[in-house]
Design a binder for this molecule. Structure first.
Ligand SMILES: [Zn+2]
Length: 91
């Protein structure tokens, strides 16, 4: 999960004019891929005793990489406002 001074790599695609767009998995909006936050969705079992029991079916668990646009990331508190804004809104 990205935290307050998260690194944003605004890396553009190599080819000119053809930015790869992805659909935000929360709002369904099309956003350039380099602007999105990636998040891995899936079940991760941490309890070792439970993990042993389901080890056979472990591979079948759905793991998905989801893309979240900056707006949703802010709204869902995945990302936080930058440092400068935080200091401005000091109590
Ligand atoms: Zn979105």
């Amino acid at each position: 999960m990205a935290e307050a001074p998260y690194k944003r790599t605004y890396k553009h695609a190599k080819g000119r004019g053809s930015e790869q767009t992805v659909v935000c998995s929360l709002c369904g909006k099309k956003v350039p891929k380099y602007k999105t936050f990636t998040k891995k969705k899936g079940f991760f079992i941490t309890d070792p005793s439970v993990k042993r029991e389901v080890s056979d079916s472990n591979l079948l668990l759905p793991r998905k990489k989801i893309y979240i646009c900056p707006q949703c990331a802010r709204h869902k508190k995945i990302s936080q406002p930058g440092r400068s804004r935080k200091s401005r809104a000091k109590k």
